[in-house]
Design a protein around this ligand. Structure first.
Ligand code: SF4
Length: 688
């Protein structure tokens, strides 16, 4: 598939960063990456890239890549052969599993890894150890989307594609800052606004996205349900709801209506005057086609699943589901958040969301995989696995994740990892988490292997190998195949990622119709796509919802305050967020010169009034304390956050927001409350 132009080769692939899934060519000269070029033919990014996409090749050739397997002996890492390292992993996991049972193991998969690798590792865990203790890091970003949209609509995925924004009349964004976090989705929003569509942005922060809005609504952090219930109250009160859609296509309306009756005036909770709520309600309900877009400002709360279901309620109340220009669309932060869940790297489902508890689904998988005794329980989720380190979890396999920096309450994570008998970390670099490992396995970057990522819009995009892996590092799918052979497993005779994808298609009805040959063009295919003749499904729920009875479900949802609120001892509310120049724990973007140059260190946004009261100047070093730990960072004095609210980016290990964040969980999705905790602030030194 590689194109050539003189000495240069152009290899079409997909950006490894956010869930927009932009197409690009990796430019290769003499076996080395020398740059990227946006794919002009891509219907997703139309020849454009954001700063992260432009720099996405740089970390690949970083001199500090891991190049050999490492085994810790007497507290120090020593280089080892693959045979020795994988032999040790296989024997330790088998020994611990035999002695303590399937619940003694934990498998954690990153959403930045290709579908084929997510599928292979969950198959290995389920087949070799009969455990469902496998989860991916969607748990700490869009777990509530999977849970909430499944409960409301029967499918835990975005309803409409990005390009469909051209068909809308009104965009209702809440808890999403796409101009920074998903810039090429932000470009679509900008295009829609320029074409005369109305843009409403609800956000506690006056973000770069909020600055573009026709109507900006600042509301108090973590009051989403109160605000949405009030919007629905006024839609019903003013008789603007879609009675025909509600009667024909939904159930539970009366339960929901009774609850929202109590939410006429929510100014004391949300800070939004009732007249403003009425205006927003009228605009949303009166638009011919209105779409809802949301992100982590909805999901990363102990009420995350209810927040998502509230948006489902709002869309169904006005009949804005199942046609062009409408829908409910979560923006996925990592490139393969959608795919990692689709592949069954999840504790209660096989690939394609086939439930492990369903005897018929289990029997079918056992027949197709040629095994017996697959586990039926709901396995332990990502963050709960951390809490269970030591008892009952004795051994853990962490694939391309950096929990010490990216999970809430870092001190708790570090103490937990120390309790394990055996830890394997498979990654590109010696991360903060890899330091805790007994065995470190060097994997491959997106540029060094074939495979697929599934974007936020359910479009399955190809990635293609452009260069070789450095040193003795291996393509990750190959590591899993080799490990499966060490464990003596059948059903892992894969010679390529395409073999693994075809094995997945064989057992997954919703993706059976998408072989690699249908992904050659940049437009590719949206799942569900059950047969080779099926065109794919860009828009969900057209005639009926994906639920078994075909109906969408309203839920009566009460507002609940966050798990920890500001008080006299910890008087500020800390929110976390993303910056345009960085990605997660900066393992990759921190190694790209331009991105590092733009934002080399973390900072905390603090409101001008608070800064003046505490005599903190812009650029001054400050210390933040929560009940879980402390972190130092630089103050950025701004009006982007309101009084009493702070915002800290999630990316920086040396000024880590997760030293402070709260690991209290949403009871339904087990999402930690990353977006809301109480902190105290003090200044340290003079201007830097
Ligand atoms: Fe990559 Fe997302 Fe930027 Fe596109 S918008 S170039 S997918 S980081």
């Amino acid at each position: 598939m590689a194109e050539t132009n003189g000495k240069l080769r152009y290899v079409p692939t997909t950006c490894p960063y956010c869930g927009v899934g932009c197409g690009l060519n990796l430019v290769v000269n003499d076996g080395k990456l020398v740059g990227v070029e946006p794919l002009k033919r891509s219907p997703i990014n139309e020849g454009k890239l954001c700063p992260k996409g432009v720099s996405c090749w740089e970390f690949v050739q970083s001199p500090d890549r891991l190049t050999k397997p490492l085994i810790k002996k007497n507290g120090k890492f020593e280089e080892a052969s693959w045979d020795e390292a994988l032999g040790l992993v296989a024997s330790k996991f088998r020994e611990i599993s035999d002695k303590f049972g399937p619940k003694s193991l934990g498998f954690q998969v990153s959403c930045r890894t290709p579908n084929e690798e997510c599928y292979a590792l969950q198959k290995l865990a389920r087949v070799a150890f009969k455990t469902n203790n496998i989860d991916n890091c969607a748990r700490i970003c869009h777990g509530p989307s999977v849970a909430g949209l499944s409960l409301s609509f029967g499918s835990g995925a975005a309803t409409n594609p990005f390009e469909d924004l051209a068909n809308t009349d009104l965009i209702f964004m809440i808890g999403a800052n796409s101009i920074e976090a998903h810039p090429l989705a932000g470009r679509r929003i900008l295009q829609a606004k320029k074409a005369g569509k109305t843009l409403i942005v609800c956000d506690p922060r006056y973000t770069p996205t909020a600055r573009l809005a026709d109507h900006y609504v600042r509301y108090n952090p973590s009051t989403n349900i109160a605000l949405i219930n009030s919007i629905m109250y006024w839609i019903i009160k003013e008789d603007l709801h879609d009675k025909e859609f509600i009667a024909k296509r939904t159930k539970g309306f009366e339960d929901m209506r009774k609850v929202v009756e109590k939410y006429a005036d929510v100014e004391s909770i949300t800070g939004v005057p009732t007249e403003r709520v009425k205006e927003i309600a009228r605009m949303y309900a009166s638009a011919k086609n209105a779409v809802i877009i949301y992100c982590l400002g909805i999901t990363e709360f102990t009420t995350g699943t209810d927040n998502v279901r509230s948006l489902g309620n709002l869309a169904m109340l006005t009949g804005n589901i199942g046609r062009p220009g409408v829908g409910v669309n979560p923006l996925r932060g990592q490139n393969n958040v959608q795919g990692a869940c689709d592949m069954g790297a999840y504790p209660n489902v096989f690939s394609g969301y086939q439930k492990c508890e369903d005897p018929a689904a289990r029997k079918r998988m056992e027949e197709l995989w040629g095994v017996t005794g697959l586990a039926s329980d709901y396995g332990v989720t990502l963050t709960e696995q951390i809490t269970q380190c030591g008892d009952p979890i004795k051994a853990m396999y962490i694939f391309a994740l950096n929990p010490v920096v990216s999970y809430p309450n870092s001190n708790h994570v570090m103490r937990s990892l120390e309790k394990l008998d055996f830890l394997v970390v498979q990654d590109l670099f010696m991360t903060e988490t890899a330091q805790y490992a007994d065995v470190v396995l060097p994997g491959a970057s997106f540029a060094e292997k074939d495979g697929t990522f599934t974007s936020a819009e359910r479009r399955v995009n190809r990635i293609r190998k452009a260069v070789q892996t450095p040193g003795d590092s291996k393509e990750d799918w190959q590591i899993f195949v080799d490990l499966a052979h060490k464990l003596g497993l059948n059903g892992f005779d894969f010679n390529s990622p395409e073999d693994i994808w075809d094995d997945m298609r064989r057992v997954t009805p919703s993706m059976a119709g998408i072989p690699y040959s249908r992904m050659e063009k940049p437009e590719s295919v949206h799942w569900p796509c059950p047969t080779l003749e099926h065109p794919g499904t860009p828009i969900l729920h057209r005639e009926k919802f994906s639920a078994a009875d075909g109906l969408g479900t309203f839920f009566g949802l009460e507002y609940r305050p966050p798990a920890e609120v500001a008080d006299a001892e910890y008087p500020f509310t800390l929110m976390t967020g993303r910056l345009i120049f960085h990605y997660h724990t900066r393992t990759q973007t921190g190694r790209a010169k331009m991105l590092h140059h733009e934002v080399p260190e973390g900072y905390v946004q603090i409101n001008k009034e608070d800064a003046a009261r505490l005599k903190i100047q812009d650029g001054e070093k400050i210390k933040l304390r929560s009940r879980r730990g402390e972190a130092e960072s630089l103050a950025r004095v701004t009006d982007e956050v309101g009084p009493g609210v702070l915002m800290m980016a999630m990316h920086f290990a040396d000024a880590s927001a997760n030293m402070l964040t709260n690991d209290a969980l949403d009871p339904l999705s087990k999402m930690p409350e990353l977006k809301h905790c109480a902190v105290a602030v003090e200044k340290i030194t003079g201007v830097q």
